[in-house]
Design a protein around this ligand. Structure first.
Ligand code: ADP
Ligand code: MG
Length: 283
């Protein structure tokens, strides 16, 4: 029996404490931002599926590189994350929700820019926010063009820009709706080596400012290690996730890390796997 106010208060605290403890015990862990579970994609046109039994959990704000030889299923896997491709079996979740179709939570950048040629750079970037009905789409677009260093070409046509600039507009456009996830399919693959190196540094600085979760597809080992927190190496025939490597280098990174022994060692280890894979599929 409760005989005093002090006792009553203590009891309330006990109950509350117990409640908190229970809540903590049963609180679900935060789901990964992207979660692929045993995903297989079979187009039915080969003896092997394009992607077989792939599982991958990607945390919020993580930068993942998906690396592997041509034809190993990188784009297919990216399309699964984007919701463009439904897996034949298995599941993909975005923030714990099944990904059932293209989602506004994912910004996508392809190798070849997909800007509207009949719209100015500014209008291209404002397109997504406008379509989603966000307030002040032009203001959002101007901010992002500043973030990617292209304020001075806001009124230009995409066709008047260099390849590197077009890809930067593409990145700005993909980020304009502030999606938590940025999916990039060999976005710098068509650029010359110098522009590509500049774009890699530019991307890291954009990522550092906005911290989206990034899945970056590439077949370039150095690019993968330089950019990512984790390199996921794929193998071919069928496309599978072969190995994952944590990249130990601190951020912010500069191209100087490419000369460090640890970088060279990691590059060699990954190259050995990819070479063995390439040989396998050559036979
Ligand atoms: P990557 O991006 O690693 O080069 P892809 O994901 O594009 O590889 O392709 C993986 C395999 O799936 C390849 O054998 C390719 O021919 C096949 N493939 C990809 N997309 C389709 C499709 N829409 N229909 C049929 N086959 C496809
Ligand atoms: Mg591809």
């Amino acid at each position: 029996m409760i005989t005093s106010k002090a006792q009553a208060t203590r009891l309330v605290h006990l109950v509350e404490d117990a409640g908190y403890a229970r809540a903590a015990e049963t609180a679900p862990a935060i789901p990964p931002r992207l979660h692929l579970k045993n995903a297989t994609v079979d187009f039915g046109n080969r003896q092997w599926p394009a992607v077989e039994n792939a599982s991958l959990a990607i945390g919020a704000g993580e930068f993942i590189a998906l690396l592997g030889p041509s034809g190993c299923g990188k784009s297919t896997l990216l399309n699964v994350f984007a919701g463009f491709q439904v897996p034949t079996s298995g599941d993909v979740f975005l923030d714990g929700e099944p990904q059932r179709g293209p989602s506004a939570k994912c910004g996508v950048v392809f190798q070849k820019h997909s800007l509207f040629p009949w719209r100015s750079v500014l209008e291209n970037v404002a397109f997504g926010p406008r379509r989603l009905g966000l307030p002040n789409p032009l203001g959002i677009a101007r901010d992002l063009l500043e973030t990617v260093g292209l304020s001075d070409v806001a009124s230009a046509w995409p066709s008047s820009l260099s390849g590197g600039m077009q890809q930067r507009v593409g990145i700005a456009r993909a980020l304009a709706t502030r999606p938590p996830v940025l999916l990039m399919d060999e976005p710098f693959g068509a650029l010359d080596a110098q522009t590509r190196a500049l774009m890699q540094e530019e991307l890291l600085s954009i990522w550092d400012r906005l911290r989206p979760t990034v899945v970056f597809v590439t077949h370039d080992i150095e690019e993968a290690i330089f950019l990512a927190d984790r390199v996921v190496v794929m193998q071919t025939r069928p496309g599978r996730i072969a190995r994952e490597f944590d990249v130990p280098f601190a951020r912010p990174r500069t191209t100087g890390i490419m000369d460090e022994p640890a970088f060279i060692e990691l590059r060699r280890e990954i190259a050995d796997i990819i070479r063995a894979e390439a040989r396998k599929s050559f036979r």
